[in-house]
Design a binder for this molecule. Structure first.
Ligand code: ZN
Length: 185
């Protein structure tokens, strides 16, 4: 596989994914490849124990990718250096040094409905404690819509969320406003 990545010991959690070259802001890093499944199927996989909870990458309201092992090792950070664009492209949010751990904010790819989760699996919606150690650490990883408005706006402004989040957030209108503003500046 031709990608600028290697696995290594993470200071954040367990095994992490590290850059093997300098990656510039906005540069494509890799596709987070995997098998596409529904929410129900994710739940079933978790129940039979082949899938650790939270390892599925959400790509739409009822679509997930059971991502390949190396991509599962990309850790979360509340102050990430990468993000997911489109469906499953991992892109550099800022310049990444050779040898630096690559992270994205898991909340930017999470938009689940608590009622639906309860109905399907009789479980509470997934959250995870965070110990990313960044100054901006929120301590708990939650759904995108649960993020403080300011953080949601920051990610939207940077265009650093996948398509389905844009869709759900009604970005078309936001973009129009941003473009209008830009025109008059
Ligand atoms: Zn954190």
């Amino acid at each position: 596989m031709e990608s600028p990545l290697r696995l290594g010991n993470s200071k954040i959690s367990g095994t992490g994914v590290f850059a093997t070259k300098v990656i510039s802001t906005g540069e494509f890093i890799c596709l987070m490849n995997g098998k596409e499944v529904s929410l129900k199927e994710v739940g079933e996989l978790e129940i039979i124990g082949t899938q650790r909870e939270g390892d599925a990458l959400q790509i739409d309201v009822d679509s997930y990718l059971i991502i390949e092992e190396i991509y599962r090792c990309v850790n979360h950070s509340c102050s990430p250096n990468a993000f997911i664009r489109g469906k499953n492209e991992l892109i550099a949010l800022r310049s990444i040094a050779n040898g630096e751990e690559i992270t994205f904010d898991y909340s930017t790819t999470m938009w689940e409905d608590a009622t639906q989760i309860k109905k399907l699996f009789n479980e509470d919606i997934w959250t995870m404690n965070c110990s990313c150690k960044s100054d901006e650490c929120r301590k708990e990883i939650k759904q995108f819509y649960e993020l403080p408005e300011k953080i949601q706006e920051k990610y939207l402004r940077l265009n650093a969320v996948p398509d389905f989040i844009l869709k759900l957030k009604g970005l078309s209108q936001c973009l129009e406003v941003i473009h209008q503003k830009a025109k008059f500046q």
